[in-house]
Ligand binder design. Structure first.
Ligand SMILES: Nc1ncnc2c1ncn2[C@@H]1O[C@H](COP(=O)(O)OP(=O)(O)OP(=O)(O)O)[C@@H](O)[C@H]1O
Ligand SMILES: [Mg+2]
Length: 270
């Protein structure tokens, strides 16, 4: 375990949090969801947020994604402020793609129409956006399903489509909130492998929230463990195992040592 890594001088982190804080509720019933938090996510990193239920993982991710305004502090995407006087900055937003626990595909649109929808909203022409959708279905491993309806796909395939949709406008950063939490264990393992492959192929910066220690250790370059009430960074754990990692890495002493350390600490803070 160590303290947050500092970046090389003059290189802006993909995501920078400076004393970012969040309160919910009103004066009578305030909820301190996140205590002032500093964190740098360097470009290209796969960072995992782990912690007990209610510790503020989603809150932190939604602030990074521009969906929730911080109560205080500064949040930067590359070298631009994401929030400025209560206004979200469009340029910073266009570097962000989000994936949630449910794929949230529109049932009345085909898979390729769902994937291409963000491009349609940006005014990209039909031929160009469908070409991009085809490229992305290939990347996420669902080519051949472009003309199908969401209900015709399995849960894992729908999450692949959701990842493709988040990548449609080629953001540099992908924010994922328990993206595989609703999947069975085998599909989840498969999706972890696939996400590692997609991350290595696209060189995106990824911040992923999970409840699963093994998913965290398998995927992460670094794991940020949050403690609850109010949420704050408890520890940051480096995961130095070589890439690409196969599922067999889970049986190695190195993996198990990191997982055990995290499990003990989670029990202490929960
Ligand atoms: N819109 C809201 N209004 C009031 N309180 C909220 C709101 N959203 C979150 N909270 C509170 O903020 C705290 C952090 O919630 P958050 O959803 O970020 O936790 P989490 O770590 O994502 O939990 P889980 O693992 O269960 O998804 C919780 O105490 C929650 O009840
Ligand atoms: Mg959550």
């Amino acid at each position: 375990m160590d303290t947050p890594a500092s970046n090389a001088p003059n290189e802006a982190p993909a995501i920078g949090l400076r004393a970012i804080e969040k309160w919910f509720g009103d004066r009578a019933h305030p909820v301190h969801a996140l205590a002032p938090t500093d964190l740098d996510v360097p470009a290209g990193e796969l960072l995992v947020l782990l912690g007990p239920s209610g510790c503020g993982k989603t809150t932190m991710l939604r602030m990074m994604g521009g969906l929730l305004e911080p109560t205080a502090g500064e949040l930067t995407i590359e070298d631009q402020a994401l929030w400025n006087g209560g206004e979200r900055q469009g340029e910073a937003l266009s570097e962000l793609g989000m994936v949630f626990q449910d794929a949230n595909l529109f049932p009345w649109l085909t898979i390729e129409e769902n994937i291409a929808l963000p491009l349609e909203l940006k005014g990209v022409g039909k031929a160009q956006r469908l070409a991009r959708a085809r490229e992305l279905t290939k990347l996420v491993g669902i080519s051949g399903f472009e003309k199908r309806w969401p209900k015709e796909l399995s849960g894992g395939m729908r999450q692949r489509a959701a990842i493709a949709r988040a990548l449609s406008y080629d953001p540099k950063i992908l924010l994922m909130d328990e993206p595989f939490g609703a999947l069975d264990a085998m599909t989840r393992d498969q999706m972890n492998l696939e996400l590692q492959r997609i991350w290595q192929a696209t060189k995106k910066t990824i911040v992923l929230v999970t409840h699963s220690i093994s998913e965290a250790v398998f995927l992460a370059d670094r794991i940020v463990l949050l403690s609850p009430r109010p949420g704050r960074i408890d520890t940051i754990v480096d995961v130095p195992m070589a890439r690409p990692r196969s599922l067999d890495v889970q049986a190695t002493p190195e993996f198990q040592t990191i997982a055990r350390t995290l499990r003990h600490r989670l029990n202490e803070i929960s």
